[in-house]
Write a protein that binds this ligand. Structure first.
Ligand code: GLA
Length: 698
């Protein structure tokens, strides 16, 4: 049982942690404890008695309210804001009831004291993963409409006091998942997306610690399972030391109207505590995502080939077949045809929306190519970008009204395309029918679902309630389309791509098994990107390709060897994107060798525990994976660039069974796991050199 109760007090216990809250003397639902699990139910502290601090502040600045709403002398970030029919804009909640729904789910229901509004705080405990999941269900139990203007998923309170540091992921296209750590000071630090999708710029993920390292220290961490606009407000109320992180749907331009009897449920927020440092936090999330979120948890991810960087828009069926022949020789298991296969798509200014094979390139349709690929022993995968339309397409000519736009404004194009309004059910139905037909007619094992721009002119002229509902209803629409297709075609593996890593979040991973992390495939850049990505996501969802990519955006060439590129891509789900026509026989042999090597270790990388041994920003990167039985491991180490004379990379292995004995490739002796984990090892590498070492229990 993960949920324990005392009088008006609830304790959520995971295997190693506990989270407790209760009604304080004023009847306010107050956070009381989050940290290591304690031996007895009575160990958890009662809600503190909070006093008003002068006439300028109500008790709320010191009180740690589970779900603060605006009322009284409260100036902290609220989690919720509604406007009632008579224009009243504050919400006063009283406790109504608590219901233990099952072993792991608790519902706390709060009612407004005057208006017919019910808020149910939904807590789900994931004991094995040391995670607490929260969502909020809001119901209008009356007859007049209620307009929600903010509905966050959770406020997470961390222990009172100062000295906290916030870690988060920032970046841009071609440069996603850059890990940042900064002091959390008084005031509000906001991270957000206003782009209708998760975005390359920030990710809805955080950690908070005072003095943690990869392997030690207390870390609080969390993420939002949502693929649209979102907001995270990390706050220390000025003058008071009660830090908290509020997370949920972005309230920028947000509205949700609840008519009589209607309900709205927020996306889930997940959070946890660990005393095992940043690695501990990552592993809770990795294990949870792998076991409980992705559609195909047990499925060993295939090695794929994708011809985008090699062919771009310059191909036909024969060229794809010729690439497939070579791919098969190299040991590729999944052959993916990227952009350019559908009607009129000879460049990026036409075709999006018309999801039928281009008759010039594929006069007999896709089937001959797919059959050839299958005969060669590979699965076939396809690229689509369902949410988009080019003005130069049959779909747009038929339905110019289907795009997100304001009638009186120009429709700003990006990459020559506009966004279909997936908040509309007719657009959703069109996509479901079109893509279902495509999947039903062909033997397609994998779909890369792309999204190559962000929103502009967010209008919805015939919105049923309020056009600002667009932001949330759009994502609900994406989930409906994707979810329906997934149900109808359960074997298909899906990849989430948005010009690289623009839509990477726990929400999309309920549909997609893999994420295309970045369009930047330069191995040295990838090491940083992968380091950031791994904070939240497991290697089994991190698609990484070896490409010809040895250039930077300004086209300076970095001479990165094939070995180095393979090592970097093998840290996740290996793919190949090189121009196969340009490979020499020696390069083909080498490629084949690395693919074979990966097939031997991928169960460790994809399903094992990951340890970051060196931060790529130091000039060295090192990542170790150990399988769940602590039998086999693999270590990848890289040097990017350090001016010589450089000291060697120094590290200690992690995650081994202390008593068992292991060999480590490249080092002498059979030693205990404990010995390998307590004696520093050194590897000497030159600039742009890398190595992969097997770790084997004897
Ligand atoms: C995006 C993707 C690429 C490729 C192109 C195709 O940029 O991130 O991998 O699929 O679109 O247009």
């Amino acid at each position: 049982m993960a949920i324990h109760t005392r009088e008006n007090y609830w304790i959520l216990e995971t295997d190693r942690t506990a989270y407790a809250f209760g009604l304080d003397a004023d009847g306010v639902l107050t956070h009381c404890y989050w940290g290591a699990r304690l031996p007895y139910v009575d160990d958890y502290p009662a809600p503190p008695v909070v006093q008003v601090w002068a006439s300028f502040n109500g008790p709320e600045h010191r009180r740690r309210e589970e779900y603060p709403t605006p009322t009284g002398l409260k100036y902290v970030e609220p989690s919720f804001k509604a406007v009632y029919a008579d224009g009243v804009r504050d919400t006063v909640l009283t406790f109504a009831r608590a219901e233990v729904v099952d072993d792991a789910t608790l519902h706390i229901t709060l009612n407004d004291t005057h208006y017919p509004l019910t808020i149910t705080l939904i807590y789900t405990v994931h004991p094995k993963y040391d995670l607490i999941e929260r969502a909020v269900k809001v119901t209008n139990t009356g007859s007049d409409a209620i307009r929600l203007e903010r509905a966050f998923s959770a406020s997470w309170h961390i222990p009172a006091g100062m000295g906290w540091h916030l870690r988060h992921l920032t970046g841009k296209w071609f440069d996603e998942f850059q890990l940042t750590r900064e002091p959390l000071t008084e005031g509000v630090k906001v991270l957000e997306s206003r782009r209708i999708t998760t975005s390359h710029h920030h990710n809805p993920f955080f950690t908070l610690d005072r003095d943690a390292s990869e392997s030690t220290g207390d870390v609080y961490f969390g993420a939002l399972a949502w693929s649209g606009t979102w907001k995270l407000a990390a706050e220390i109320p000025a003058g008071f030391d009660t830090p908290r992180v509020s997370i949920g749907l972005n309230d920028w331009d947000f509205a949700r109207v609840l008519n009589a009897g209607e309900t709205f449920t927020t996306p889930s927020a997940l959070a946890g505590y660990t005393d095992a440092g940043y690695t501990g936090a990552s592993q809770c999330l990795h294990n949870y995502i792998r076991a409980r979120v992705v559609p195909h948890p047990q499925h060993l991810r295939p090695v794929l080939y994708n011809a985008w960087e090699a062919a771009m828009f310059d191909f036909d069926a024969q060229k794809q077949m010729a690439l497939a022949e070579i791919a098969a020789e190299l040991g590729i298991e999944l052959f993916v045809m990227d952009d350019g296969w559908f009607k009129g798509r000879y460049h990026d200014s036409a075709g999006l929306g018309d999801w039928t094979p281009d008759a010039q390139r594929f006069p007999e349709g896709l089937t001959p190519l797919i059959e050839r690929v299958n005969t060669l022993g590979m699965d076939f995968g396809l690229w689509i970008e369902p949410e988009m339309v080019n003005p130069d397409s049959d779909l747009y000519r038929a339905h110019p009204d289907w795009v997100i736009h304001y009638a009186t404004r120009a429709r700003t194009e990006a990459r020559n395309q506009l966004i279909l309004n997936l908040a509309r059910s007719d657009v959703q139905d069109y996509l479901i029918n079109t893509l279902d037909a495509l999947l039903s007619a062909h033997n397609i094992a994998f779909i890369k679902w792309d999204m190559n721009r962000n929103v502009s002119e967010p209008g919805w002229h015939d919105a049923p309630h309020d056009p600002r509902e667009l932001w949330v209803r759009y994502v609900e629409g994406v989930y409906r389309v994707w979810g329906t297709l997934r149900e109808r075609h359960p074997k298909v593996l899906w990849q989430s791509c948005s010009g690289g890593g623009g839509r990477a979040d726990i929400g999309i991973l309920r549909f997609a098994d893999q994420i295309w992390v970045s369009d930047n495939t330069l191995a040295t850049s990838r090491l940083n990107i992968q380091h950031g990505f791994s904070q939240l996501f497991p290697a089994s969802v991190m698609e990484a390709w070896v490409t010809d990519g040895t250039w930077t955006p300004d086209h300076t060439v970095v001479p990165v060897s094939l070995e180095y590129r393979f090592h970097a891509a093998m840290c996740g789900v290996l793919g190949v994107g090189t121009n196969l026509f340009h490979l020499s026989d020696a390069e083909k042999r080498e490629t084949r060798r690395w693919i074979d090597f990966y097939k031997n270790i991928r169960h460790i990388v994809q399903f094992g525990d990951q340890y970051r041994l060196a931060d790529p920003r130091s000039g060295y990167a090192a990542v170790q994976y150990v399988d769940s039985e602590q039998r086999d491991g693999v270590l990848f180490a890289f040097r990017t660039f350090i001016a010589d004379p450089a000291l060697p990379l120094r590290f200690m292995l992690r995650g081994l069974d202390p008593q068992a004995r292991y060999t480590v490739e490249g080092f002498d002796g059979v030693r205990s796991g404990k010995a390998w984990m307590h004696t520093p090892l050194e590897i000497s590498l030159g600039n742009l050199q890398s190595t992969a070492r097997r770790i084997t229990r004897v």
